[in-house]
Design a protein around this ligand. Structure first.
Ligand SMILES: *Cc1c(COP(=O)(O)O)cnc(C)c1O
Length: 391
């Protein structure tokens, strides 16, 4: 393992401080490194592996598609993309969708569409976007422009113009930034990288009301919190609102690189020639989306998220009440986090040594993003390793 890591460090760009493990294969919620050591996974490749690893039906469906047609340009139609679009708009309450290759690209598309909508109605210059602090929307230039962590933006010079940052769950701070040039407001329904912060009802519904009043496009980023992770298909379905444009990725492909941005009909401003993607929505990745949706229905995955999510919530509440290192516990469904008094980097590393894969958010939050098919027993096993590591 050490040799392989050394080789990797010689030729991979060092954009991650990687943990010293080389993973080789996986099944369900178990991962195995190249020495055969077993790990319980509560990381899911950053909330991607919704159905766990090597789900038999998912694998079978992808094999079938691999033998039929993997790629064809968007200059033609393909059946998996049309079926996936139909399922996606139904589950999200949107009317139209564009498939991308990643979450960041979904954000790029959403921003372009919001600006195009405003341009059609109000002409040039109404292009400003309000984002929020501690948000995360991806690493491309547009997506990083609306990401609320200065360190991610500063080394890269000029960002998209007209972006300002409000405070999450502070409606007045949003109102204070609105001008006659404001075109869109973008935020995560439930902040992931920023440390698992849930939008308050008054905040989200307040933003909806402002957007309606001033014809501002409301964009909700559901890349991490969507696709069932909170027990509903999309996290905004816990509230009494719909966004105008929403983004998705991570869980929708269960490991195939695919994202999406979708909108209500009146915001479908992008027209032929405005936007495109060579791979976007190709038959291979959209076959993955279709398999994911079908398996969710067949196995009642959303119900499992609610049940096991509640169980995880109670177990973490118990742990938090017993352990003085834990200062807060937040989240919905299978997207939860505990905030600690100390940095969590060493704890996450120790957990890994003890066969548990966890993920941090910022310096002092541990996130729990397991596969959506986990059992209560998996939660018990995770808690027992975590207790040992915290002790
Ligand atoms: C991960 C993430 C993104 C970026 O997705 P990529 O596929 O890494 O480009 C955007 N928004 C949110 C909320 C995310 O968690």
């Amino acid at each position: 393992m050490d040799n392989m890591i050394k080789k990797g460090e010689e030729c991979l760009l060092h954009t991650y401080n990687r943990f010293p493990v080389v993973f080789d294969k996986a099944e369900g919620v178990k991962l195995y490194d190249i020495n055969g050591k077993e790990y319980l996974d509560f990381f899911s490749g950053i909330a991607v592996m919704a159905l766990g690893y090597c789900h038999p039906e998912y694998t079978k469906r992808l094999h079938e598609q691999l033998d039929k047609l993997t790629h064809i340009s968007n200059y033609f139609y393909n059946e998996p993309a049309i079926t996936a679009a139909e399922k996606f708009v139904k589950a999200s309450g949107m009317d139209r969708v564009f498939f991308t290759n990643s979450g960041a690209e979904a954000i790029e598309g959403a921003l372009k569409m919001a600006r195009r909508y405003s341009y059609d109605k109000y002409g040039e210059g109404r292009t400003d976007v309000i984002a929020v602090n501690h948000s995360f929307h991806g690493r491309t230039m547009g997506a990083v422009s609306v990401t609320g962590t200065e360190a991610y933006r500063k080394p890269f010079g000029q960002m998209l113009g007209g972006i300002t940052f409000a405070e999450y769950n502070n409606l007045d701070s949003v109102k204070a930034l609105i001008s006659d040039k404001t075109c869109a407001i973008i935020l995560e329904t439930l902040q992931g990288e920023g440390g698992i912060h849930v939008a308050e009802k008054e905040f989200l519904e307040g933003i909806r009301a402002i957007c309606d009043e001033k014809d501002i496009v409301m964009i909700l980023d559901e890349v991490q919190c969507g696709m069932g992770r909170t027990g509903k298909y999309f996290a905004y379905q816990h509230y009494d609102i719909l966004p105008d444009i929403m983004t998705s990725a991570k869980g929708i492909g269960n490991g195939m690189p695919v994202g999406a941005f979708a909108c209500k009909e009146q915001f479908a401003a992008l027209v032929a020639g405005d936007h495109g993607s060579t791979y976007g929505g190709n038959p291979m990745v959209t076959a993955a989306i279709n398999a994911v949706f079908d398996i969710y229905e067949k196995e009642d995955v959303l119900k499992n998220v609610t049940e096991v999510g509640d169980y995880l919530y109670n177990e973490l509440e118990k742990l938090a009440s017993e352990n003085e290192l834990i200062v807060d516990h937040r989240g919905i469904g299978l997207m939860q986090g505990i905030e600690l008094k100390t940095e969590v980097k060493k704890i996450v590393g120790d957990a890994l040594d003890n066969g548990l894969v966890l993920i941090s958010a910022g310096n002092n939050v541990i996130r729990f993003l397991p596969a959506l098919i986990i059992s209560k027993e998996d939660v018990d096993n995770m808690i027992s390793i975590l207790k040992k590591v915290l002790a």
